[in-house]
Design a protein around this ligand. Structure first.
Ligand SMILES: C[S@@+](CC[C@H](N)C(=O)[O-])C[C@H]1O[C@@H](n2cnc3c(N)ncnc32)[C@H](O)[C@@H]1O
Length: 484
């Protein structure tokens, strides 16, 4: 890994606009992978620059179009593909990308989302190009490598990202599928619905890009099967997902997918690990795009936040957002114990309770909740049972439609409903604890039968989420015992 990191630094240092504070270093740690640490006894203070990466070394919608257009001269987008010199005929015959990228029309590329374009491009440059150049017709020119190779080389392996539930759910032709299905069954409801949502996005994106991969396979006689290529795509999808940083993409300014497409991938910045503390450690800043030969969306900087770094060995963290463990597991493949943003989604439990009421009342309740935007998304965090959860529960238990309408409008407080819902709430919370305890026991059973095929952290992540659920619920049970 050290050699790969020094290759990356060497590659970046070819740009004058690259900065990496000489008090920090990238270190590979057992639990959280690569991270950035203070390695010189000094003091890094608010607004000091830690990392600064020019546009031309970031992977995003703009830079990918720029690089594709080097091989396909029919692509011409102002402010993106200008300033590309014409190649000689000799160059054309040396690099299979001229042929591969010739099937990508400007119209097709521009309507892709950032995710689709980057997945397709990274698949080509990282996975397929090294195979293409080994074919007899290109083999004498195998010195052809992607500009991005030093960046690709430091990305996590399939094994490192393997704890993400959508990967268990989507991976094709895998001997561990049966095992993964057992793990999926032990996920909490919030993780399961998150997994199902991302699974649909992954599958939809593959539907869009796989016709191109098919054409490349015919052009270059692929060695990998389509299933193997899908697994590589899945890996790339989650590399992007777990390492992308918010950044406005001018070409996506007016597009429908602009929120999901506004991101860039930034070498070195993508080594920063997550802390659940917001606004403390460091923060990103993107300097506006300057024309003069600079390609892309702007210089990406990381500056020190309000915390002064002066402890040798301290880790430089970045907050990825106020994310619960269910979210972190599904988007990034890790959890943090006692994460302060944890919450339980108890929509399923509330709906089960609702299903036990007589069907006429049930239909009316659903109608009232939907009409007033109180349908689903019932949550509990450590400190609070959400207002919408209290409203739904009060309605289901009391069946007092008129008073619940006033409760929704804030004319009466929950104090009125507390004595009515107390016993149902206690029963429901105890049931949640029982359910999490059962799942923890089942995960422990799986660990015993595992025979080391699956890394222990996959199981431990699920156990941590359930244990944290129990802490949240137990806190409410303690509070309820003080009521009235
Ligand atoms: C943006 S990358 C950070 C660099 C990464 N550690 C690496 O080795 O390349 C995000 C990934 O880092 C890991 N990660 C980030 N924060 C973590 C934390 N607090 N604890 C454990 N793993 C963490 C997760 O694997 C996540 O998918």
């Amino acid at each position: 890994m050290e050699a790969k990191i020094s290759n990356l630094l060497h590659w970046l240092s070819q740009s004058e606009n690259f900065e990496f504070n000489n008090a920090i270093e990238v270190i590979d740690a057992e639990h959280s992978g690569r991270g950035v640490y203070l390695q010189v006894q000094t003091s890094l203070k608010r607004n000091d620059v830690l990392i600064s990466i020019p546009s031309s070394y970031q992977l995003n919608f703009h830079s990918v179009l720029y690089h594709i257009s080097k091989f396909n001269k029919l692509i011409s987008i102002s402010n993106v593909t200008d300033e590309i010199a014409n190649d000689s005929e000799a160059t054309y015959t040396k690099d299979p990308r001229y042929q591969a990228y010739s099937i990508l029309s400007q119209e097709f590329l521009l309507q892709l989302s950032s995710f689709q374009l980057l997945c397709l491009y990274i698949l080509a440059e990282w996975v397929l190009l090294p195979e293409w150049v080994l074919l007899p017709e290109w083999s004498t020119k195998s010195s052809v490598v992607s500009f991005w190779k030093p960046f690709f080389d430091i990305w996590p392996t399939q094994f490192e990202l393997g704890s993400i539930p959508t990967i268990w759910n989507c991976q094709r032709s895998n001997e561990l599928t049966e095992y993964y299905n057992k793990l999926i069954q032990l996920l909490p409801y919030a993780s399961l619905s998150h997994m199902n949502r991302i699974t649909k996005l992954v599958q939809a994106d593959w539907e869009v890009i796989h016709p191109i991969v098919d054409k490349w396979n015919q052009m270059f006689k692929a060695k990998l099967t389509l299933d193997e290529q899908f697994n590589k795509f899945l890996h790339i999808y989650f590399i992007i997902n777990s390492r992308c940083l918010y950044c406005e993409i001018p070409l996506k300014k007016d597009s429908e997918d602009k929120i999901a497409s506004n991101f860039t991938m930034v070498p070195l910045v993508d080594f920063l690990n997550h802390s659940d503390t917001i606004d403390k450690y460091c923060y990103p800043q993107v300097n506006p795009f300057k024309k003069d030969g600079v390609v892309g969306v702007g210089q990406f900087m990381i500056r020190v936040g309000e915390h002064t770094y002066n402890q040798l060995g301290e880790q430089i963290f970045l907050n990825y957002g106020p994310h619960s463990n269910d979210f972190l597991l599904n988007e990034y493949g890790f959890v943090i114990p006692d994460n302060k943003w944890n919450f339980l989604d108890i929509t399923e439990v509330i709906i089960q309770l609702l299903n036990k009421t007589c069907s006429k009342d049930k239909d009316e309740m659903i109608k009232l909740l939907k009409e007033n935007d109180y349908w689903e998304d019932y949550t509990i965090n450590y400190d609070e049972i959400s207002y919408r959860t209290s409203v739904a529960l009060s309605l289901i238990v009391s069946k007092d439609f008129e008073r619940v309408k006033k409760f929704m409008l804030g004319y009466i407080t929950e104090d009125y409903f507390i004595p009515k819902i107390k016993s149902t709430l206690v029963e429901m919370l105890q049931h949640i604890i029982l359910n999490s305890n059962n799942k923890i026991s089942s995960v422990n059973d799986l660990i015993e039968k595992n025979e080391e095929q699956i890394p222990k952290r996959y199981f431990e992540n699920i156990i941590t989420i359930h244990q944290d659920y129990i802490k949240i619920v137990q806190n409410h049970l303690n509070k309820i015992s003080d009521w009235l």
